[in-house]
Design a binder for this molecule. Sequence first.
Ligand code: BGC
Length: 880
Amino acid sequence: MVGRRRRRDEPGEVVDVRCGRGRCVHGRCVHGCCGGHGSIQPPADRHGGRTSSEGTGMDARASRADAEREADVEGRARADGDEAWLLGFDGFDPETEGRREALCTLGNGYWGTRGAAPECAADAVHYPGTYLAGVYNPLHTDLGEHSRDDEHMVNAPNWLPLGFRIAGGEWFRPGSPDVLDYRQELDLRRGVLTRFVRIRDLAGRTSMVTSRRFVSQAAPHLAVLETTFEAVDWSGTVTVRSGVDGRVANRNVVADALLAAGHLVTRSTEQVTIDTVLLQMETTRSGVHIAMAARTRAYAGDRPLTPERRFERDPAGWVAQEFDLPLEPGHPVRVEKTVAVSTSRDRAVLSAPAAVTTWLERAGDPAELLAAHEREWEGLWDEFAVSLQSGDHQALALNLNTFHVLQTLAGVDADLDAGVPARGLSGEGYRGHVFWDEAFVYPILTLRRPDLSRALLGYRYRRLNEARAAARAAGRTGAMFPWQSGIDGREVTPAELFNPRSGRWLPDNSYRQRHVGLAIAYSVWKYYQATGDADFLVHQGAELILEIARFFASLAIHDQAADRYDIDEVMGPDEFHDGPPGVPGAGLRNNTYTNVLTAWVLGRAVETVALLAGRNCRPLWNRLRLRPDEVDGWERISRRMRVVFHSDGVPSQFDGYEDLPEFDWAGYRERYGDIGRLDLILEAEGDSTNNYRLSKQADVLMLLYLFSAEELREQLEALGYELSPEAVVRTVDFYGARSTHGSTLSNVVHSWVEARRDRERSWQFLGRALASDLADIQGDTTHEGIHLGAMAGSVDMVLRCYSGLEIRDDVLWLHPVLPAELDQVAFSINYRDQPIRLELTRTTLRLRLRAGGAAPIVVRVEGREAVLSPGETRDFPLGD
Ligand code: BGC
């Protein structure tokens, strides 16, 4: 992640002074105060003779306020190796800036902001997107016969703008030739993004500018950008412009360039106090009112500065203040920008503008806010960190991926009413829509913070009526959840997609992926199993399961002759098949993944009804009005779904898959290199992926991701089919050889299914899954946002797959299998209110139960059962 360095060979100023903050990594320090790698560094007294922790406001006061805790964190940082916690970038590289911005996004569940330069508006290099969870807006685009309505997660006003110019010169831009040094570092442990810039202008003036920012985990509506200016060898003024910019549009995704993109209209721009400006905007159709206020203060050390402020506004959505600050060597000045945001979706506020101005009035200084923010992250990492004895690269990727999951979701509660956007809050890929990817995310949340899974499942529950209406409109019963979901749960999958290779608009039939509903029901049941949360089941979970079951039962067609049930006209997860050859878009018959999962969900629906018997859930029964014969019908279907097999016993992806010809993998790889988007390649050639045995991603193999081989065998047996262990191996081989892994999710699934068969291969797939965004493995998609499902799934690999962790019948099963590259893994879970630390080596599994009042738990380690009580530590020997 270290990009190009700029002008390293600048003469003079090579010093070897450590700042003593203990956060210098790779021999370099983002505070700009240490020497490292022999690179050019400013002398120590450039901070006014103090170490940088004394020099800047947030650092100085945060460390005073919380010195003890800091020491502890520092101690741990050294123990774990900072390399695993610091994502550093050297130099400024316009080509990869978009990816860097997405990777360096900071958020807290309520909102997220890309790690863009505060000096730049959106252009071909920079994209300072800010996204508010759950804030969507539909827009109409007039494209003649391709006219359309599309719903997007809205790019909200940009709160970052903080421009500066030295001594009346040009406004600074990151790519300018003045830049001597440009370094950026994301501290995953603290959720802080720091940037150090050293510049020398044409007049030979050298200046250092250090900024750091965070989006508060402790105060979800607040964010801070603190910038310190230092004149190295000159005296004069630095002019600063601090504002909020609502002149933004949704322009992050190149493929969406033809679509309407202006989601916001301005309501007002004003200066509310001497140091605070306020911007109010509204989304054009969903009518969400957004208020953003920025308070900007300047200090020399602890002394507040009172520059004369020039107020600027543009009715198109810009409000700012500009002021001059005096600079001289040895006397840095600090500009603290604290920002508050609120929308009309917030609870317990008078109005969005009233809320933001009140919060800013009350907000402490950045140092206090930072201390509280760090405490929250410390708590989150205590719950979520997974430590690995492996290369730092894997550990860094694992932490980065966990970090993104947490900053997208850790702040979500029922009031926020947000789902799991496929690209988090870091870009506009997939328009911020919610797909089935949540199924890859829940496991790592439920095992630590089940309340988060519950809140996120609530997003689905609140859209149940919309799903009911969709089922009715399709002539079915129950609830048909949309493949892509946004503000109200209607289907928002675009009707067409543009193929830049052929210049043609193609119908997008992926809405036929009805399996999204099955994934929701699966997640509800798994949540219940992990937590035993009957209250959730009664109030939301059961209704979801039963309505989804109802829908799939209404899809199942009874073949009387064979006494089997078929499901037709659907797509599986493999988006490269939307119909039989020659009938694109017609959907497929008997997609094995859909059918087997339907049978399973119907079985759980029957179990749910039995579970609720005798409980006080009359309102639920009133809403559902279950007919007595319905449950019997589900039970029957759950035993008689059809599964189609190939002649060698491999479950067929769908009816007819075996008849498709093989694809010329070698030829196409040679011709095109990257064949991840074979659908577009073949369409441009007048061919179709429907015509071949291939897949974009795991489809049948998803079953071995959701169920153990043993469970899957049992399920098929219950359906009257046989799946021998040899057939499982053949199945993995067959589909493994025919996937383009065109979705980042596919690497997770393949890593999982190989874990117990070919550990080396599993490790390779995991490497790819871990690096999905860090290495941008899909060739330049990360700049449109990180891939949250793959990020979470890669963490889950270490958490559940390699430890063999399953929750079945009120027993915590563990059956560890570490790949050769992993000697040791440790993490914590929260099982049935009992915090447990798991420490895994090749030879031993140690379980440490925290002392407390939880009930004893039953564990089964490699088949041996034991009952453990709070406070107990037990070692289980493992055979390799
Ligand atoms: C995958 C889907 C996934 C979506 C959003 C697509 O490329 O095929 O399975 O849900 O991306 O991540």
